[in-house]
Design a binder for this molecule. Sequence first.
Ligand SMILES: NC(=O)c1ccc[n+]([C@@H]2O[C@H](COP(=O)([O-])OP(=O)(O)OC[C@H]3O[C@@H](n4cnc5c(N)ncnc54)[C@H](OP(=O)(O)O)[C@@H]3O)[C@@H](O)[C@H]2O)c1
Length: 194
Amino acid sequence: MTSYGIIGTGHLGSMLAEEFVRRGAISREELWVSNRSQEKAQRLARKLGVRAADNLKVAERSDVLFLCVRPVDLKGVIAETSELLTPEKLIVSVAVDFSLRQLENLCRARAARAIPSVASGKGLGVTLLVLGSDASEDDRSLALSALRVHWLAGGGGRGAAGGAIRSHQQRARVYLCHPQGVRPGSLYAGWKGG
Ligand SMILES: NC(=O)c1ccc[n+]([C@@H]2O[C@H](COP(=O)([O-])OP(=O)(O)OC[C@H]3O[C@@H](n4cnc5c(N)ncnc54)[C@H](OP(=O)(O)O)[C@@H]3O)[C@@H](O)[C@H]2O)c1
């Protein structure tokens, strides 16, 4: 059984936790949450029926760990938990301004970035998923199934999304994802504009 964790239960982290549970992507027993101000994580845990703990315990218990703190706090969270972030784990950062290379340089875990949009909270938005060099096809499936999205474009630095980002993420695999079956062409046009 795969266990999931979320560190940082602010706007994005709590939105993801609620979506994971509401849509049945992750069962309550498999989801752990933590937050700097612990009562916030405990409140969310009570509301959703998931488990709250501190960062170290959540990092220890999770096979897939979503890092949902602001970029300025991310290095600190990784430093605190780095001993536990072993190659057996997948970390998924949602920070907009923190590269995969930075993540990979700071810990030994396999790394990915997922950038959901506000509409993801309604099961509608586009999510950009970028896999690091050590992340596997299984990791892609795990991330996509937790986020309940399907990839529409990109992969291996090719395709519409891949081409757009190739210059910044030479080794990365980039996927443009959406919960529903929207045509990739129209999605990509919207994403480029926004
Ligand atoms: N909001 C969006 O629409 C959106 C969209 C795409 C991506 N993102 C990305 O999502 C990330 C979070 O954004 P947000 O809008 O959710 O910010 P937020 O509401 O400020 O949430 C950040 C949370 O991280 C917690 N935190 C900070 N340091 C921590 C630590 N050391 N250990 C555990 N928890 C810690 C904060 O706890 P406290 O309660 O103690 O402050 C806060 O609850 C950012 O990296 C952002 O780039 C956000």
